[in-house]
Ligand binder design. Structure first.
Ligand code: ADP
Ligand code: MG
Length: 474
């Protein structure tokens, strides 16, 4: 499944020229990130890292990923409404994983009080790699689904014209015209706008809940701009601001600085380091409110690695999506092998198998954001240490996906230009809105391709490992 520009990959002078064009095009198009040195100021910015060339993606697998996205939307939404499932599935995890336990406590507290929220907005991104079988055929395998703060829907759209330009510079105009249109931030904003409208207070605002350190602000601004274009007011606030200035009014309406908030869009709150005691209190306040949270705490829990692993058990999908056999089959076809490390014979056995053959697996804790998983020798050592302790239940095991590498150049500020063997991860954005029991929007909103050098086992764009890419369908 090679791309039709193998011929130029080793032509150093053509590549140099194209790379110079690419970097300027990226700055012009707004493929931007703030710098590590000044993460909260826009005076000096860099281009966000990206590949010089698009990467080949098998058309059938790309279409398969789009075709299953509405099913995943339904599944995540169903899990978020299934207390019995979440309670049972996370029971072992919350005994040993403090972060999941705290999220779970807020979830229970909000349910006990009774939900004030009646409109629900999900924005997720289901990520896949192309697993290369022994016979050389590739299969679409899900890595995970992100149900909170799924990012790069804005910058990926801006990477597309950069790659079109590069292909033209390299004499590949026909291929340039074949790159697919893609603008996830527009679809994300459509969902947010729909939720805002259904909330029903025209003077209420959309609040982006943002991190203390905001290097990826331009990606968020893309979604913001789409909302301003629809005359919807957007404010950016941190947990700290909510703690200091947030309050609940009549009917548990959420107010910030006296202004009603219709939708809270989290680009924060997915890792332990996002929280101190005050931030936990702010999170609880938001969850108790009538505002549409994207995601609500139940939907965040639906995106945990432990839930992902339980979904792969025979019968689980059927019970969560009754009467939807075709959706179940489409979803299941994307699952890699996933294994529980709960205490008992099943966990003992898979732990022993992984210790004996660590390169077959990935060991995953309940964390997001890249750089947390364990591989190879490190996996073996950690698992050996915790194999007889309940601590092991804070992890899951997953079959390691082995894609076919391809050559590309990864462009990063202050880095030398050199060819790398790379593998890619395809993400499909999903958006849905539910009012009470009725789904009023359910769609796929675009895609994201991220590519990294094979020497890195783990890590996304924000973690400084992967870079933005564009799929070229073959
Ligand atoms: P996170 O929530 O930290 O993003 P992921 O499950 O997406 O966790 O894993 C992070 C990265 O690790 C992925 O982007 C991918 O590069 C790699 N990875 C995860 N699972 C697998 C797997 N089963 N096989 C191969 N690589 C994997
Ligand atoms: Mg990931």
């Amino acid at each position: 499944m090679a791309a039709p520009w193998e011929d130029v990959l080793r032509d150093t002078s053509a590549i140099r020229e194209a790379a110079a064009v690419a970097v300027d095009a990226a700055l012009l198009e707004g493929v931007l990130m703030r710098t590590e040195g000044e993460p909260n100021a826009s005076d000096v910015v860099n281009f966000a890292p990206f590949t010089l060339l698009p990467s080949a993606v098998p058309r059938t697998l790309f279409e398969q990923a789009y075709a299953v996205q509405q099913d995943f939307n339904l599944l995540v939404d169903a899990i978020s409404q299934n207390k019995e499932f979440l309670e049972r599935t996370l029971a072992s995890t919350i005994k040993v994983d403090d972060f999941t336990a705290r999220l779970f406590r807020i979830y229970m507290q909000v349910l006990e009080e009774g939900l004030a929220q009646s409109v629900f907005l999900g924005i997720n991104r289901s990520d896949y790699m192309f697993d290369c079988g022994v016979d050389g055929t590739a299969a679409l395998k899900q890595i995970e689904i992100n149900t909170i703060a799924a990012s790069f829907g804005g910058l990926t759209a801006r990477t597309l014209p950069v790659h079109q330009r590069v292909l033209k510079v390299l004499g590949k105009s026909k291929e340039a015209s074949q790159l697919l249109p893609n603008n996830p931030s527009k679809g994300l904003a459509l969902g947010i706008a729909k939720a805002w409208e259904l909330y029903g207070s025209p003077s209420a605002v959309v609040m982006f809940l943002v991190e203390q350190v905001q290097r990826n602000i331009f990606d968020q601004r893309c979604v913001e701009n789409e909302l301003w274009n629809r005359n919807i007011r957007v404010v950016r606030r941190r947990f700290r601001d909510v703690f200091e200035k947030g309050s609940l009014g009549e009917g548990r309406r959420l107010y910030m600085d006296g202004q009603e908030v219709a939708v809270v869009y989290y680009r924060e709150g997915y890792v332990p380091k996002n929280y101190d005691q005050q931030n936990w209190e702010a999170r609880l306040l938001l969850e108790r409110s009538r505002a549409v949270k994207c995601p609500d705490i139940a939907t965040q829990l639906a995106g945990t690695k432990k839930v992902q692993q339980e979904l792969s058990r025979p019968g689980t999908l059927e019970s969560l999506l009754p009467g939807r056999a075709e959706a179940v089959a489409r979803i299941r076809a994307t699952f890699a092998g996933l294994y529980s490390l709960d205490m008992g014979a099943e966990g003992d056995q898979i732990a022993a198998t992984a210790i004996a053959d660590p390169n077959r697996f990935v060991l995953k804790p309940q964390r997001e954001g890249g750089g947390n998983n364990l591989y190879g020798e490190e996996l073996r050592q950690v698992l050996e240490k915790i194999r007889d302790s309940p601590e092991r239940t804070s992890y899951i095991l997953m079959d390691k996906i082995k894609p076919q590498p391809a050559l590309n150049y990864l462009l990063r500020a202050h880095s030398p230009l050199r060819v790398s063997e790379c593998i890619s991860e395809l993400g499909i954005f999903g958006v849905y809105v539910r009012q009470g029991k009725e789904m009023v929007m359910n769609r796929a909103a675009g895609h994201l391709l991220r590519t990294k050098a094979i020497e890195h086992a783990d890590g996304g764009v924000a973690a400084g490992v992967a870079v933005l890419d564009t799929p070229y369908l073959v």
